[in-house]
Design a binder for this molecule. Sequence first.
Ligand code: PLP
Length: 430
Amino acid sequence: MHPPRSNARASGPQWLRNDVKRSGNRLVAGSFDRFVNTARRLTQAGVLKEGHRAMTSKVAQFLADRQPATPCLVLDVDRVEANFRSLRDALPLARIYYAVKANPAAPILERLVGLDSFFDAASIEEVESCLDAGARPAAISFGNTIKKVSAIQRAHAAGVSMFAFDSEEELLKLAQHAPGSRVYCRVLVENEGADWPLSRKFGTTIESAKALMLQAGDLGLDPYGLSFHVGSQQTTTRAYEVAIAKVAMLFTDLTDAGVKLRMMNLGGGFPTRYRDAVPEIDQFGNAIMDAMVAHFGNNLPEMVIEPGRFVVGDAGVVSAEVVLVSQRDKADPLRWVYLDIGRFGGLAETEGEAIKYRIVTPHDGGATGPVSIAGPTCDGADILYEKSNYRLPLALRSGDRVELMSTGAYVTTYASQRFNGFAPLAEYYI
Ligand SMILES: Cc1ncc(COP(=O)(O)O)c(C=O)c1O
């Protein structure tokens, strides 16, 4: 059976109204009790307290009321809007291109279109998802530096006119298949401080970026700007300051050489709170503006940011089930906890234990012990955490429902297609 891909995306608590219609007051009363219990449990665990933004009351209520089959992601689209607005407030001079790859679900894209967001697409399929959601072609940047000719042709034909590149061959492809387009060159910067670094695969050196941007004009393209990415889940504001200093120097150099650059793309990287605290978004905004003013003075270029994780990360919660708790050696307190979601069910960013999700259980507040946490497949790589000192309640048993907090970004699209027979992650957008 295919998992429920819910379209629970009507405005307001439409699903609640449907329950009322279908089942009358009795179910609603029971649902409310379950909601109170779940909310109490989550509050005890500290996740609903001020400062812990991981679980919205809408998500808690949905989980309590619907008890959807696990594993599933439940994502509050209102939280996406709130995150988008707080980023816009923190960096009012920057145009926000939502990085679609973080979560390309239509209800998210549609909400962001309504907020006049721009979009950073990694593939022609993401370009088309944005267009389907109502985005204007002029609001889409094709930000992947690695594009098939056919994808460039289709994007250009659809009216997309802003493209990233970081190599001569890609520049020549753009000149031939998207003539006249605005192009920006990605510069390699340090990713220190990022829990999910991207550095070595993308971006070029200052010297080659300079030569390529000079060449872009000669090829009939519009040398629009420069970009960088400080690595995803970037936990330091300093990374932006260092990158801006590096790229601003090239910007000035190219301007002096007669290239009419207008745009600085500061990429994504803004963090979501997982197990550890991260700086507030205002701190990133202030650091970035201070650095931009220090290097450009009153002559600020257009500023672009491409946030993904920050916009959707803490809007979603994965609800999962404990499949097995196993203690191999009575003398060893370590237990293995197997969930019905793992590396192949969408939690790919647990690779190297890079992203450490917070896990809420029905027994939080009770005594805990050390655990290794793994997924349900027969694959040795399907281990989430072995070295990160996770502890879970001693009372945890198979059949318990647990919540993995802040799983709205980079989860659904990483889920495999029926590896070991398991269905892809179900998704609810509310
Ligand atoms: C080009 C580009 N822009 C933006 C992003 C989004 O980054 P983040 O989710 O860290 O904000 C990524 C992430 O891989 C990216 O490759």
